[in-house]
Design a protein around this ligand. Sequence first.
Ligand SMILES: *Cc1c(COP(=O)(O)O)cnc(C)c1O
Length: 401
Amino acid sequence: MSDDTDHGHDIAPATRVVTAGRRDEWTRGIVNTPVWRASTILYDDVADLRAAAGKDTHHRLFYGRRGTPTQWSLADALTQLEPGAEGTFLYPSGVAAIAGCLLAILSPGDELLVTDSAYDPTRSMAGGLLRRMGITTRFYDPLIGAGIADLIGPATRAIVMESPGSLTFEVQDVPAIAAAARARGVATVLDNTWATPLLFPAIAHGVDYTILACTKYVVGHSDVMLGSVTAAPGRFAALRDTAFQLGQVTGPDDAWLASRGLRTMAVRLKQHQDSALAIARWLDAQPGVARVLHPALPSCPGHDVWARDFAGSSGLFSFVLDGGDERARAALINTLAHFGIGYSWGGYESLALPVDPHRYRTATTPDVAGPLVRLQIGLEDPGDLIADLDRGLAAFRAARG
Ligand SMILES: *Cc1c(COP(=O)(O)O)cnc(C)c1O
Protein backbone atom coordinates (compact mmCIF):
# COMPACT_ATOMS: atom_id res chain seq x y z
CA MET A 1 0.00 0.00 0.00
CA SER A 2 1.20 3.50 -0.70
CA ASP A 3 1.95 5.66 2.30
CA ASP A 4 0.57 9.11 1.58
CA THR A 5 1.21 10.82 4.85
CA ASP A 6 4.21 12.24 6.62
CA HIS A 7 3.53 12.72 10.34
CA GLY A 8 -0.14 13.00 9.49
CA HIS A 9 0.34 15.60 6.72
CA ASP A 10 -0.42 14.80 3.11
CA ILE A 11 2.73 14.65 1.04
CA ALA A 12 2.37 16.70 -2.13
CA PRO A 13 2.76 14.76 -5.41
CA ALA A 14 5.86 16.79 -6.38
CA THR A 15 7.57 15.64 -3.18
CA ARG A 16 6.49 12.03 -3.66
CA VAL A 17 7.98 12.06 -7.17
CA VAL A 18 11.38 12.78 -5.59
CA THR A 19 11.25 10.38 -2.65
CA ALA A 20 9.05 7.46 -3.77
CA GLY A 21 10.59 4.01 -4.19
CA ARG A 22 13.89 4.80 -2.49
CA ARG A 23 14.90 2.26 0.16
CA ASP A 24 18.21 2.09 2.01
CA GLU A 25 18.67 -1.63 1.35
CA TRP A 26 18.38 -0.98 -2.39
CA THR A 27 20.32 2.30 -2.63
CA ARG A 28 22.99 1.88 0.12
CA GLY A 29 23.19 5.65 0.38
CA ILE A 30 23.26 6.27 -3.37
CA VAL A 31 20.52 8.68 -4.43
CA ASN A 32 19.16 6.93 -7.54
CA THR A 33 18.79 3.16 -6.99
CA PRO A 34 21.75 1.71 -8.93
CA VAL A 35 21.51 -0.80 -11.76
CA TRP A 36 21.35 -4.32 -10.29
CA ARG A 37 21.90 -6.58 -13.30
CA ALA A 38 21.23 -10.27 -12.78
CA SER A 39 20.08 -13.51 -14.25
CA THR A 40 21.46 -16.04 -11.72
CA ILE A 41 21.11 -15.41 -8.00
CA LEU A 42 23.40 -17.62 -5.87
CA TYR A 43 22.15 -19.32 -2.69
CA ASP A 44 24.20 -20.16 0.43
CA ASP A 45 23.39 -23.87 0.38
CA VAL A 46 20.72 -26.33 -0.75
CA ALA A 47 18.51 -25.59 2.24
CA ASP A 48 18.60 -21.88 1.37
CA LEU A 49 17.69 -22.67 -2.25
CA ARG A 50 14.79 -24.89 -1.19
CA ALA A 51 13.50 -22.34 1.30
CA ALA A 52 13.50 -19.58 -1.31
CA ALA A 53 11.46 -21.68 -3.76
CA GLY A 54 8.56 -21.90 -1.35
CA LYS A 55 8.37 -18.21 -0.55
CA ASP A 56 6.71 -15.19 -2.12
CA THR A 57 9.41 -13.61 -4.30
CA HIS A 58 7.99 -10.08 -4.05
CA HIS A 59 10.97 -7.80 -3.30
CA ARG A 60 13.26 -10.83 -2.77
CA LEU A 61 16.10 -11.81 -5.09
CA PHE A 62 15.20 -15.19 -6.60
CA TYR A 63 16.06 -15.29 -10.31
CA GLY A 64 16.65 -12.39 -12.68
CA ARG A 65 13.28 -12.74 -14.37
CA ARG A 66 11.61 -11.80 -11.09
CA GLY A 67 13.52 -8.51 -11.05
CA THR A 68 16.07 -6.83 -8.83
CA PRO A 69 15.92 -3.71 -6.64
CA THR A 70 16.27 -1.54 -9.76
CA GLN A 71 12.90 -2.62 -11.14
CA TRP A 72 11.27 -2.91 -7.70
CA SER A 73 12.27 0.65 -6.85
CA LEU A 74 10.62 2.07 -9.96
CA ALA A 75 7.51 -0.09 -9.54
CA ASP A 76 7.22 0.96 -5.88
CA ALA A 77 7.62 4.61 -6.81
CA LEU A 78 4.76 4.34 -9.31
CA THR A 79 2.60 2.65 -6.66
CA GLN A 80 3.35 5.40 -4.15
CA LEU A 81 2.37 8.06 -6.70
CA GLU A 82 -1.07 6.48 -7.02
CA PRO A 83 -3.05 6.95 -3.78
CA GLY A 84 -4.88 3.76 -2.77
CA ALA A 85 -2.86 1.45 -5.05
CA GLU A 86 -1.72 -2.03 -4.03
CA GLY A 87 1.17 -2.61 -6.43
CA THR A 88 2.70 -2.03 -9.86
CA PHE A 89 4.17 -4.37 -12.46
CA LEU A 90 6.55 -3.13 -15.16
CA TYR A 91 6.49 -4.24 -18.80
CA PRO A 92 8.91 -3.75 -21.69
CA SER A 93 6.54 -1.30 -23.45
CA GLY A 94 3.20 0.43 -22.99
CA VAL A 95 1.55 -2.01 -25.37
CA ALA A 96 2.98 -4.96 -23.41
CA ALA A 97 1.44 -3.41 -20.27
CA ILE A 98 -1.99 -3.22 -21.94
CA ALA A 99 -1.68 -6.86 -23.08
CA GLY A 100 -0.43 -8.03 -19.68
CA CYS A 101 -3.31 -6.30 -17.93
CA LEU A 102 -6.04 -7.60 -20.24
CA LEU A 103 -4.66 -11.15 -20.17
CA ALA A 104 -4.74 -11.00 -16.36
CA ILE A 105 -8.47 -10.27 -16.43
CA LEU A 106 -10.00 -11.93 -19.50
CA SER A 107 -10.78 -15.56 -20.42
CA PRO A 108 -12.31 -17.16 -23.51
CA GLY A 109 -16.00 -16.29 -23.79
CA ASP A 110 -15.62 -12.93 -22.06
CA GLU A 111 -16.62 -9.65 -23.59
CA LEU A 112 -14.58 -6.45 -23.45
CA LEU A 113 -15.86 -2.89 -23.87
CA VAL A 114 -13.29 -0.48 -25.32
CA THR A 115 -13.60 3.26 -25.87
CA ASP A 116 -13.82 4.15 -29.56
CA SER A 117 -11.12 6.79 -28.96
CA ALA A 118 -8.55 4.18 -27.86
CA TYR A 119 -4.92 4.08 -28.95
CA ASP A 120 -4.82 2.16 -32.22
CA PRO A 121 -2.61 -0.74 -31.01
CA THR A 122 -5.18 -1.33 -28.23
CA ARG A 123 -7.83 -1.73 -30.93
CA SER A 124 -5.55 -4.05 -32.91
CA MET A 125 -5.01 -6.21 -29.82
CA ALA A 126 -8.78 -6.54 -29.39
CA GLY A 127 -9.29 -7.49 -33.03
CA GLY A 128 -6.26 -9.78 -33.18
CA LEU A 129 -4.84 -11.54 -30.11
CA LEU A 130 -7.96 -11.24 -27.94
CA ARG A 131 -10.34 -12.26 -30.69
CA ARG A 132 -8.22 -15.35 -31.43
CA MET A 133 -8.58 -16.28 -27.78
CA GLY A 134 -12.37 -16.17 -28.02
CA ILE A 135 -12.76 -12.75 -26.40
CA THR A 136 -15.16 -10.39 -28.15
CA THR A 137 -14.93 -6.60 -28.08
CA ARG A 138 -17.53 -3.90 -28.47
CA PHE A 139 -16.44 -0.29 -28.92
CA TYR A 140 -18.35 2.48 -27.16
CA ASP A 141 -18.74 6.26 -27.41
CA PRO A 142 -15.98 7.86 -25.29
CA LEU A 143 -18.55 10.39 -23.95
CA ILE A 144 -20.98 7.66 -22.81
CA GLY A 145 -20.45 8.28 -19.07
CA ALA A 146 -22.93 6.47 -16.79
CA GLY A 147 -24.75 5.25 -19.94
CA ILE A 148 -22.12 2.49 -20.08
CA ALA A 149 -24.46 0.57 -17.73
CA ASP A 150 -26.76 -0.14 -20.69
CA LEU A 151 -23.92 -1.85 -22.59
CA ILE A 152 -22.86 -4.18 -19.79
CA GLY A 153 -24.09 -7.69 -20.55
CA PRO A 154 -23.75 -11.05 -18.78
CA ALA A 155 -20.42 -11.81 -20.51
CA THR A 156 -18.88 -8.33 -20.02
CA ARG A 157 -15.76 -8.76 -17.92
CA ALA A 158 -13.80 -5.53 -18.41
CA ILE A 159 -14.04 -1.94 -19.67
CA VAL A 160 -11.06 -0.15 -21.21
CA MET A 161 -10.97 3.63 -20.96
CA GLU A 162 -8.48 6.14 -22.25
CA SER A 163 -8.85 9.73 -21.12
CA PRO A 164 -8.31 11.91 -22.99
CA GLY A 165 -8.57 9.89 -26.22
CA SER A 166 -5.40 9.38 -28.23
CA LEU A 167 -6.01 11.60 -31.27
CA THR A 168 -9.24 13.45 -30.54
CA PHE A 169 -8.87 14.15 -26.78
CA GLU A 170 -12.40 13.40 -25.56
CA VAL A 171 -12.27 13.41 -21.76
CA GLN A 172 -14.14 10.45 -20.31
CA ASP A 173 -16.28 10.45 -17.18
CA VAL A 174 -14.07 7.88 -15.50
CA PRO A 175 -15.75 7.99 -12.06
CA ALA A 176 -19.21 7.40 -13.61
CA ILE A 177 -17.98 4.51 -15.78
CA ALA A 178 -16.02 2.99 -12.87
CA ALA A 179 -19.06 3.18 -10.58
CA ALA A 180 -21.35 1.54 -13.17
CA ALA A 181 -18.76 -1.21 -13.73
CA ARG A 182 -18.23 -1.85 -10.05
CA ALA A 183 -21.96 -2.21 -9.47
CA ARG A 184 -21.96 -5.07 -12.01
CA GLY A 185 -18.67 -6.70 -10.97
CA VAL A 186 -16.89 -5.59 -14.14
CA ALA A 187 -13.18 -4.63 -13.98
CA THR A 188 -12.06 -1.22 -15.22
CA VAL A 189 -8.80 -0.44 -16.98
CA LEU A 190 -7.61 3.10 -17.76
CA ASP A 191 -4.81 4.12 -20.09
CA ASN A 192 -3.65 7.14 -18.06
CA THR A 193 -0.56 7.95 -20.13
CA TRP A 194 -1.59 11.56 -20.93
CA ALA A 195 -2.29 12.65 -17.35
CA THR A 196 -0.05 10.37 -15.26
CA PRO A 197 -1.11 9.95 -11.61
CA LEU A 198 0.11 13.51 -10.97
CA LEU A 199 -2.76 15.03 -12.97
CA PHE A 200 -5.31 12.23 -12.54
CA PRO A 201 -4.96 9.77 -9.63
CA ALA A 202 -6.90 6.98 -11.29
CA ILE A 203 -7.38 4.49 -8.46
CA ALA A 204 -8.72 7.23 -6.19
CA HIS A 205 -11.27 7.84 -8.97
CA GLY A 206 -12.46 4.22 -8.83
CA VAL A 207 -10.33 2.52 -11.52
CA ASP A 208 -9.10 -1.07 -10.92
CA TYR A 209 -6.03 -1.04 -13.18
CA THR A 210 -4.24 2.08 -14.39
CA ILE A 211 -1.74 1.85 -17.24
CA LEU A 212 1.11 4.14 -18.21
CA ALA A 213 3.19 4.04 -21.33
CA CYS A 214 6.22 5.08 -19.23
CA THR A 215 7.94 5.53 -22.61
CA LYS A 216 6.26 8.95 -22.57
CA TYR A 217 6.36 11.20 -19.48
CA VAL A 218 7.98 8.89 -16.91
CA VAL A 219 11.07 8.28 -19.06
CA GLY A 220 10.69 11.78 -20.51
CA HIS A 221 13.78 11.69 -22.73
CA SER A 222 12.67 9.69 -25.81
CA ASP A 223 15.22 6.94 -25.30
CA VAL A 224 13.53 4.02 -23.48
CA MET A 225 10.47 1.81 -24.08
CA LEU A 226 8.65 0.87 -20.86
CA GLY A 227 5.13 0.33 -19.52
CA SER A 228 3.43 -0.14 -16.17
CA VAL A 229 0.17 -1.34 -14.70
CA THR A 230 -0.78 -0.21 -11.20
CA ALA A 231 -3.48 -2.24 -9.47
CA ALA A 232 -6.16 -1.40 -6.91
CA PRO A 233 -6.29 -3.47 -3.69
CA GLY A 234 -6.93 -7.16 -4.34
CA ARG A 235 -5.92 -6.91 -8.01
CA PHE A 236 -2.12 -7.08 -7.92
CA ALA A 237 -1.59 -10.83 -7.44
CA ALA A 238 -3.44 -11.74 -10.65
CA LEU A 239 -1.49 -9.12 -12.55
CA ARG A 240 1.87 -10.35 -11.30
CA ASP A 241 1.07 -14.05 -11.76
CA THR A 242 0.05 -13.44 -15.38
CA ALA A 243 3.17 -11.36 -16.03
CA PHE A 244 5.36 -14.14 -14.58
CA GLN A 245 3.61 -16.75 -16.71
CA LEU A 246 4.15 -14.59 -19.78
CA GLY A 247 7.83 -14.23 -18.85
CA GLN A 248 7.59 -10.45 -18.79
CA VAL A 249 10.63 -8.66 -17.45
CA THR A 250 11.96 -5.14 -17.93
CA GLY A 251 15.72 -4.67 -18.21
CA PRO A 252 17.30 -3.05 -15.15
CA ASP A 253 19.10 -0.47 -17.31
CA ASP A 254 15.79 0.70 -18.75
CA ALA A 255 14.18 0.74 -15.29
CA TRP A 256 17.12 2.82 -14.01
CA LEU A 257 16.73 5.38 -16.81
CA ALA A 258 13.00 5.55 -16.09
CA SER A 259 13.66 6.12 -12.36
CA ARG A 260 16.03 8.92 -13.29
CA GLY A 261 13.38 10.45 -15.57
CA LEU A 262 10.64 10.11 -12.96
CA ARG A 263 12.40 12.43 -10.50
CA THR A 264 11.91 15.43 -12.79
CA MET A 265 8.46 14.46 -14.06
CA ALA A 266 6.54 17.02 -11.96
CA VAL A 267 8.60 20.00 -13.17
CA ARG A 268 8.64 18.74 -16.75
CA LEU A 269 4.87 18.29 -16.74
CA LYS A 270 4.40 21.79 -15.40
CA GLN A 271 6.44 23.23 -18.26
CA HIS A 272 4.73 20.99 -20.85
CA GLN A 273 1.40 22.23 -19.48
CA ASP A 274 2.25 25.94 -19.52
CA SER A 275 3.79 25.90 -23.00
CA ALA A 276 1.08 23.68 -24.51
CA LEU A 277 -1.69 25.89 -23.08
CA ALA A 278 -0.07 29.06 -24.41
CA ILE A 279 0.30 27.50 -27.85
CA ALA A 280 -3.21 25.98 -27.87
CA ARG A 281 -4.75 29.37 -27.00
CA TRP A 282 -2.65 31.10 -29.66
CA LEU A 283 -3.66 28.52 -32.28
CA ASP A 284 -7.33 28.94 -31.36
CA ALA A 285 -7.18 32.54 -32.66
CA GLN A 286 -5.31 31.89 -35.92
CA PRO A 287 -6.75 31.99 -39.45
CA GLY A 288 -6.57 28.49 -40.92
CA VAL A 289 -7.33 26.77 -37.59
CA ALA A 290 -10.92 25.55 -37.26
CA ARG A 291 -10.78 24.08 -33.77
CA VAL A 292 -8.30 23.17 -31.04
CA LEU A 293 -8.80 19.86 -29.22
CA HIS A 294 -7.13 20.43 -25.87
CA PRO A 295 -8.91 19.20 -22.70
CA ALA A 296 -8.34 22.54 -20.91
CA LEU A 297 -10.13 24.47 -23.69
CA PRO A 298 -13.96 24.61 -23.66
CA SER A 299 -14.02 23.52 -27.33
CA CYS A 300 -12.77 20.03 -26.35
CA PRO A 301 -15.42 17.31 -25.84
CA GLY A 302 -15.49 16.44 -22.14
CA HIS A 303 -13.85 19.73 -21.06
CA ASP A 304 -16.23 20.02 -18.06
CA VAL A 305 -15.21 16.56 -16.86
CA TRP A 306 -11.56 17.55 -17.22
CA ALA A 307 -12.18 20.70 -15.13
CA ARG A 308 -13.92 18.59 -12.47
CA ASP A 309 -11.45 15.70 -12.22
CA PHE A 310 -7.96 16.68 -13.40
CA ALA A 311 -5.25 18.60 -11.54
CA GLY A 312 -3.88 20.05 -14.79
CA SER A 313 -3.07 19.29 -18.40
CA SER A 314 0.00 17.95 -20.17
CA GLY A 315 1.72 18.67 -23.46
CA LEU A 316 -0.20 16.73 -26.12
CA PHE A 317 -3.18 18.06 -28.10
CA SER A 318 -4.56 18.31 -31.63
CA PHE A 319 -5.93 21.02 -33.86
CA VAL A 320 -8.29 20.82 -36.83
CA LEU A 321 -7.37 22.75 -39.95
CA ASP A 322 -9.93 24.94 -41.66
CA GLY A 323 -10.26 23.19 -45.01
CA GLY A 324 -7.29 22.07 -47.08
CA ASP A 325 -6.18 18.62 -48.04
CA GLU A 326 -3.35 16.19 -47.32
CA ARG A 327 -0.92 18.30 -49.36
CA ALA A 328 -1.77 21.54 -47.50
CA ARG A 329 -1.42 19.77 -44.15
CA ALA A 330 1.95 18.38 -45.23
CA ALA A 331 3.04 21.92 -46.24
CA LEU A 332 2.37 23.05 -42.66
CA ILE A 333 4.21 20.18 -41.00
CA ASN A 334 7.15 20.18 -43.43
CA THR A 335 7.70 23.91 -42.83
CA LEU A 336 8.20 23.47 -39.06
CA ALA A 337 11.81 23.75 -37.94
CA HIS A 338 11.41 23.04 -34.21
CA PHE A 339 8.94 20.14 -34.44
CA GLY A 340 10.17 16.67 -35.33
CA ILE A 341 7.93 14.36 -37.36
CA GLY A 342 7.65 11.08 -35.50
CA TYR A 343 5.58 8.78 -33.31
CA SER A 344 5.57 8.75 -29.55
CA TRP A 345 5.60 11.83 -27.31
CA GLY A 346 6.35 12.87 -23.73
CA GLY A 347 10.02 13.63 -24.39
CA TYR A 348 11.68 17.03 -24.14
CA GLU A 349 11.39 17.71 -27.89
CA SER A 350 8.37 18.96 -29.79
CA LEU A 351 6.68 16.78 -32.41
CA ALA A 352 4.03 17.31 -35.08
CA LEU A 353 2.08 14.46 -36.64
CA PRO A 354 -0.69 14.26 -39.25
CA VAL A 355 -3.41 12.07 -37.71
CA ASP A 356 -6.58 10.61 -39.22
CA PRO A 357 -8.95 9.49 -36.44
CA HIS A 358 -11.75 8.46 -38.82
CA ARG A 359 -9.64 5.47 -39.86
CA TYR A 360 -9.76 4.02 -36.37
CA ARG A 361 -13.44 4.48 -35.45
CA THR A 362 -16.19 1.90 -35.61
CA ALA A 363 -18.82 2.99 -33.03
CA THR A 364 -18.81 6.76 -33.46
CA THR A 365 -17.74 9.45 -35.92
CA PRO A 366 -15.30 11.94 -34.44
CA ASP A 367 -16.42 15.56 -34.72
CA VAL A 368 -13.45 16.52 -36.88
CA ALA A 369 -14.34 18.24 -40.16
CA GLY A 370 -10.87 19.05 -41.56
CA PRO A 371 -7.35 17.63 -41.55
CA LEU A 372 -6.04 17.04 -38.03
CA VAL A 373 -2.54 17.73 -36.67
CA ARG A 374 -1.35 16.41 -33.32
CA LEU A 375 1.31 18.38 -31.44
CA GLN A 376 3.54 17.29 -28.61
CA ILE A 377 4.85 20.47 -27.01
CA GLY A 378 8.34 19.95 -25.67
CA LEU A 379 10.56 22.01 -23.43
CA GLU A 380 11.78 24.52 -26.04
CA ASP A 381 10.94 28.21 -25.61
CA PRO A 382 7.20 28.53 -26.44
CA GLY A 383 7.84 31.79 -28.31
CA ASP A 384 10.07 29.94 -30.77
CA LEU A 385 7.41 27.26 -31.21
CA ILE A 386 4.69 29.85 -31.86
CA ALA A 387 6.86 31.64 -34.44
CA ASP A 388 7.46 28.25 -36.09
CA LEU A 389 3.73 27.41 -36.17
CA ASP A 390 3.03 30.90 -37.56
CA ARG A 391 5.31 30.12 -40.54
CA GLY A 392 3.72 26.68 -40.86
CA LEU A 393 0.18 28.08 -40.93
CA ALA A 394 1.20 30.63 -43.58
CA ALA A 395 2.52 27.75 -45.70
CA PHE A 396 -0.75 25.87 -45.09
CA ARG A 397 -2.91 28.83 -46.15
CA ALA A 398 -0.80 29.34 -49.29
CA ALA A 399 -1.10 25.65 -50.23
CA ARG A 400 -4.84 25.55 -49.43
CA GLY A 401 -5.50 28.56 -51.66
C1 LIG B 1 2.47 5.38 -26.77
C2 LIG B 1 1.21 4.95 -26.12
C3 LIG B 1 1.04 3.64 -25.69
C4 LIG B 1 2.04 2.54 -25.97
O1 LIG B 1 3.27 2.74 -25.39
P1 LIG B 1 4.58 2.06 -26.03
O2 LIG B 1 5.57 2.17 -24.94
O3 LIG B 1 4.92 2.88 -27.24
O4 LIG B 1 4.24 0.64 -26.37
C5 LIG B 1 -0.13 3.30 -25.06
N1 LIG B 1 -1.09 4.21 -24.84
C6 LIG B 1 -0.97 5.49 -25.25
C7 LIG B 1 -2.08 6.45 -24.97
C8 LIG B 1 0.18 5.90 -25.90
O5 LIG B 1 0.28 7.16 -26.33
